[in-house]
Design a protein. Structure first.
Length: 83
């Protein structure tokens, strides 16, 4: 199980890149925000996060924010608390 991340990147991302992000990361949500492009998705591990960041950097976009919205440890703790 991974974590859910929110990335805010500078500048609008080309639609081809958005398509590649959505194809590679199944549940990726990409939208325009006031500070730039917002990407939200669940990733299985830090290697997948690095792959997403590399894809963003490869098109010349800068990363303004990387935030963990929900971690796998929070999910497992929540499930454990409900038992």
């Amino acid at each position: 199980m991974g974590s859910t991340y929110c990335l805010v990147v500078t500048d609008p991302m080309p639609s081809a890149v958005i398509g590649m992000v959505r194809a590679r990361f199944d549940d990726a949500r990409v939208s325009a925000g006031p500070a730039g492009t917002v990407i939200g998705c669940s990733l299985p591990d830090q290697a997948a996060l690095r792959a997403l960041l590399t894809q963003v950097w490869d098109v010349g976009a800068g990363v303004l924010l990387v935030a963990v919205i929900r971690s796998s440890s929070e999910r497992s703790r929540h499930v454990h608390d409900q038992r």
